[in-house]
Design a protein. Structure first.
Length: 110
């Protein structure tokens, strides 16, 4: 079976618009999972259109702009978490400054 996202290079709303039951098609094997599940693609065998961007073969790696070394998913996640922590810290400091310690004063009232 081919996943609907791998049937055509365009958005597939109805599979019947692209394929019919019992139709024989050529498909590319994308991967074979540890459980034996085979991922197939019809669209990757079709001639690439000039306007379509190149297909990413390795979804667990990314090329950061200005860097020639790919990053692993774990590296990107680590960077995201670090930036997120920094932003949260800045936001907390900003909110405390705007409220002038409101939460601390409120707790001291009887």
């Amino acid at each position: 079976m081919v996943h609907i996202s791998e049937v055509a290079p365009t958005f597939v709303r109805e599979i019947g618009e692209h394929l019919s039951e019992g139709q024989t098609v050529r498909a590319m094997v994308l991967s074979v999972g540890e459980n034996g599940k085979i991922a197939l693609s019809i669209k990757r065998l079709a001639a690439p259109r000039k306007s379509s961007p190149p297909v990413r073969r390795d979804r667990d790696r990314a090329m950061p702009k200005g860097d020639s070394q790919p990053q692993s998913f774990e590296d990107m996640l680590s960077q995201f978490k670090q930036k997120s922590d920094e932003r949260m810290s800045d936001l907390k400091r900003t909110m405390e400054g705007k409220h002038g310690g409101y939460s601390r004063r409120r707790g001291s009232r009887g």
